[in-house]
Design a protein around this ligand. Structure first.
Ligand code: 1GP
Length: 246
């Protein structure tokens, strides 16, 4: 069974809790430690990626991480150069909320052949950046304007277009370390209008934030920055419980 099918089968039972590991912003040991803790806490998947990665040892780190868990390790790439061996699957993202051709199709063109060559299973994902306060790294690096926080219908309209183009997932992103998580209305309208699997991330810092987004219709909750600040197993378990119970 493909990873995507397995995740979708699990989503039918409960929302999924994901921990994002950024190979650059974590200390080398923290990358593995956080990954192992995520598995222990009951996380359903690990995402690995970042806007910029300067780590030449990523495939080795992924191989090491894999030894200590049996949940999927999924690439969430900031660009084509991050397509390297070892991942179980990847989010094949297009930054559909932006109008920068580099992140709509060019990085995909550059990375696609490598995805095929490596045989990585890819989930077609409409990536949307939603305004969350001060500018985030992804906003700056992607050189795109986020969807205004008070315009959830714009998110819904992009999601409808993405679904009609054959995408199966959407990632509603406030940005790493965002001041505010994605507002609920963006999730609610996207849920009502599409059957896309909805991933929500950016600025989620409490289990309550997570629960609210699951109740709004999110299928996967992503947390990253919080674990760089406070690597606490009990808090991670609380998050997993909150997401699973939704
Ligand atoms: C960033 O959505 C992810 O791409 C996670 O965000 O680091 O704020 O948890 P945080």
């Amino acid at each position: 069974m493909k990873i995507e099918e397995k995740l979708i089968a699990k989503i039918k039972e409960h929302a999924l809790f994901a921990v994002l590991l950024d190979p650059d912003s974590s200390e080398s040991d923290a990358f593995l430690e956080t990954g192992k803790m995520a598995f222990e806490s009951g996380a359903d998947l690990i995402l690995v990626g970042g806007s910029l990665i300067g780590n030449a040892n990523l495939p080795k780190k992924i191989a090491e991480l894999k030894k200590s868990m049996d949940i999927p390790i999924i690439l969430f790439p900031g660009g084509a150069s991050q397509v390297v061996p070892g991942f179980d699957a990847m989010l094949f993202t297009s930054l559909v909320s932006g109008r920068n051709p580099q992140y709509l199709i060019e990085e995909q063109l550059r990375g696609g052949l490598m995805v095929k060559a490596l045989g990585i299973e890819a989930f077609p994902t409409a990536y949307m950046l939603i305004n969350s306060g001060p500018a985030t790294t992804v906003e700056y690096i992607s050189n795109t304007r986020p969807i205004p926080a008070d315009k959830p219908k714009l998110t819904m309209a992009h999601a409808i277009a993405a679904e009609l183009m054959g995408m199966r997932w959407t990632y509603l992103e406030a940005g790493s370390g965002a001041e505010n998580p994605v507002p609920l209305e963006h999730i609610i309208l996207t849920r009502k209008a599409t059957s896309l699997n909805i991933i929500a991330g950016g600025g989620i810092t409490t289990p309550q934030d997570a629960t609210k987004r699951v109740k709004a219709g999110a299928n996967v909750i992503v947390t990253g920055t919080i674990w760089e600040k406070n690597l606490d197993l009990n808090l991670m378990k609380e998050f997993a419980g909150a997401v699973h119970l939704g």
